[in-house]
Ligand binder design. Structure first.
Ligand SMILES: [Zn+2]
Length: 186
């Protein structure tokens, strides 16, 4: 929407301009969001505690860092931005998402909508699900972010979209209800 329009907007501070245009394009597909500005930065050889990383979100510091070798900006950007959404969503919404994926896990349904969620889902034990262990909660968060990237990045086909169609429908319906109801405050 043009400046002056009523659509709430999120502002970004680009510490380098590599991703300025791609961010603008990506935002057009996303549900409206508001919040304090987020810094976008690039780095070389990014790692997290699991090893090499494409990107990292730091919602409390209002920062997203992308690795310079990143090939797939659209999906990764939406994924990282939804880490902010997850953090700001209330417990009720987070628990409701947990219930959605718990049903899949208990039914032994494989597949996910991104590798980040997929490898965590594969590593879960029934006890993780039952006790809502740290691994379980990390999986739920990554699954939420990967589902958002699948829904809102504009990437329709990808080798990492392995979740069966009926379950994708459930995810889509959940997001329509819990995420698309109004401007997201992140
Ligand atoms: Zn993530």
């Amino acid at each position: 929407m043009a400046p002056g329009g009523s659509r709430p907007s999120l502002h970004f501070i680009f510490e380098d301009r590599t991703y300025q245009a791609p961010v603008r394009r990506a935002l057009r597909r996303l549900p409206p969001m508001t919040g304090a500005p987020i810094r976008i930065r690039t780095a070389q050889g990014l790692r997290d505690r699991h090893g090499e990383a494409h990107a990292g979100a730091f919602p409390r510091e209002r920062r997203i860092v992308f690795d310079r070798s990143l090939k797939e900006f659209r999906r990764i950007f939406v994924h990282e931005l939804f880490h902010f959404v997850w953090l700001r969503k209330g417990n009720a919404a987070r628990r409701s998402y947990e219930d959605l994926v718990k049903a899949e896990c208990l039914a032994g349904l494989p597949g996910e909508l991104g590798w980040s969620a997929e490898w965590r889902k594969r590593a879960l034990t029934p006890r993780d699900v039952e006790t809502r262990s740290r691994r379980w909660r990390e999986y739920c968060c990554e699954s939420f972010c990967d589902s958002a990237a699948w829904l809102y990045s504009g990437v329709e086909r990808h080798a990492e979209f392995t979740l069966a169609a009926p379950r994708r429908k459930h995810r889509r319906a959940w997001f329509a209800k819990a995420v698309e109801g109004g401007a997201l405050s992140i």
